[in-house]
Write a protein that binds this ligand. Structure first.
Ligand code: COA
Length: 189
């Protein structure tokens, strides 16, 4: 494993980071903010983790829990703050975008309008399908599922299954040990 410890503030026990992961961060280290990766995580090749300049982005921070898997080619922004819980699965080519560009004033270039930021929270046991986009300021509730190719513009409730652009609830995860669920299983309800 390549030694990323000079770039990442902490890497937990048993976590594996593939070769060819890109980290974009500058400014103060030891500010209490940075990139913190938990135990037993697996980060595949080709992903970019971006915080920007910690001195200029007051909310920039990225805290990733334990047993998190991030598949190939993801773009993970913690510029507006990002919290990822435990046992989260992130499919290939997912974009998590906690920052954007101000754009509304048409008399100015978008490049001159600065950035916008808002924290993203991804709770435990969430699965984000390949190619999805998670926009700034959203929360993915515990145990929810995001279908492949979806765009998250609003909060997702715990255990909801959402899909599409913008993502909408298509079903709910169930308690398979629940008496009613077992009874209705033959009918696949
Ligand atoms: C979300 C998902 C898990 C749901 O699977 P499922 O429970 O078998 O869902 P269903 O096939 O019963 O679909 C229910 C409805 O949602 C729609 N739907 C399912 N996934 C969708 C998606 N990703 N985007 C848009 N619509 C979707 C279906 O077309 C269906 O619509 P209908 O009722 O009008 O026919 C699955 O479709 C998916 O997107 N998996 C992601 C796979 C992936 O990214 N793998 C990478 C490895 S991490």
């Amino acid at each position: 494993m390549k030694d990323y410890r000079e770039i990442i503030d902490s890497v937990g026990e048993g976590s594996h980071l593939a070769e060819g992961i890109d980290f974009i961060r500058s400014g103060s280290k030891n500010s209490g903010r940075g990139i913190f990766l938990g135990d037993h995580c697996y980060i595949h090749a080709g992903s970019r983790f971006i915080l920007g300049n910690l001195d200029e982005h007051p909310h920039a921070n990225m805290v990733i829990g334990n047993f998190v898997q991030i598949n190939w080619g993801c773009y993970i922004s913690g510029e507006g703050g990002l919290v990822i819980g435990d046992r989260v699965l992130i499919g290939p080519n997912v974009c998590i975008l906690s920052a954007g560009h101000g754009y509304i004033d048409k008399t100015k270039l978008i490049q001159e309008q600065g950035l916008t930021y808002a924290r993203i929270v991804i709770e435990d046991d969430v699965w984000i399908g390949g190619g999805s986009v998670v926009l700034q300021g959203t929360k993915l509730g515990k145990g929810c599922v995001v279908g492949g190719g979806s765009t998250i513009v609003n909060d997702v409730p715990p255990y909801a299954v959402v899909a599409g652009n913008p993502a909408k609830i298509i079903k709910w995860r169930k308690d398979k040990n629940n008496w009613w669920s077992r009874l209705l299983r033959p009918f696949r309800l």
